[in-house]
Write a protein that binds this ligand. Sequence first.
Ligand code: GLV
Length: 324
Amino acid sequence: MKPKIIVARPIFEEVLTRLRAHFDVTDNQADQAWTLASWTAQLAQHDGALTTGIDPVNAEVLKACPQLKAVANMAVGFNNFDVLAMTAHGVQASNTPDVLTETTADFGFALLMATARRLTESEHFLRRGEWKQWRYDMFAGTEVHGSTLGILGMGRIGQGIAKRGAHGFGMKVIYHNRSRLSPELEAECKAQYVSKEELLRSADHVVLVVPYSAASHHTIGAAELAQMKPTATLVNIARGGIVDDAALAQALRHRTIAAAGLDVFEGEPQVHPDLLTVPNVVLTPHIASASVATRMAMANLAADNLISFFTQGRALTPLNTVGA
Ligand code: GLV
């Protein structure tokens, strides 16, 4: 008998077809919204699951799912997982690193440029029919090339953004991270390690790429925003909750900083109402890894993680060790 797996959200038909060759698959191509209780009840009837970054697998859920053996997250971030609880329940957790690094770095840079050069604000102005004539100061923004790029969180995606900034745009790159990069990687990224305070004080553009955890909750709040230059921009492609969105909306309204670009939000898909009413913010719906090719690669890697676990006993990109 094939193991039973559930795919929590719609995915590419091709990937479902691959999965069906190995598993008895429950899909959710209709994108039915599950409450926590109905999701838990569904999961409890399966041996494995393919989740996206919003489907919770925590201690409470796991308690109801003794049959569950592996969950593959189609995301590099995994704050929807309680990995310790998964390990305790003998459930293999996996994510999709590497395949989305460059695409996400592209988007981080796109968001930085759109924010600094006021792309969406000016487009909305044009669409409203308010463009009457050229003006010397119309939507004058902040320089990108030659400016100082500060990256908070220097994993693979942070390094990708650093390289784009340093090599493509002649930016001075400074970074802060829990651990310092090797001298070789620092040279490759042309990046200089600084304290968080120094980064906030001197960067023209601050890009956040830190993983979310209780420890990184509100890494950027009112105090940190107050340390930034009034001309600076802030870009968050990490996770909602890294930034205190209410404090950010205040800082944008009072021009404590010049502008922000946000792909992730506290409590998404809800967006703090104050962010929707300030003009100097570019808002996108958590799409940093969303190129067709990359989303396909992520779905395939998540599928391969399940196939590998159920045929070889180990996912290809595991987050924990289970079994013997
Ligand atoms: C997207 O946010 C991811 O973690 O892959």
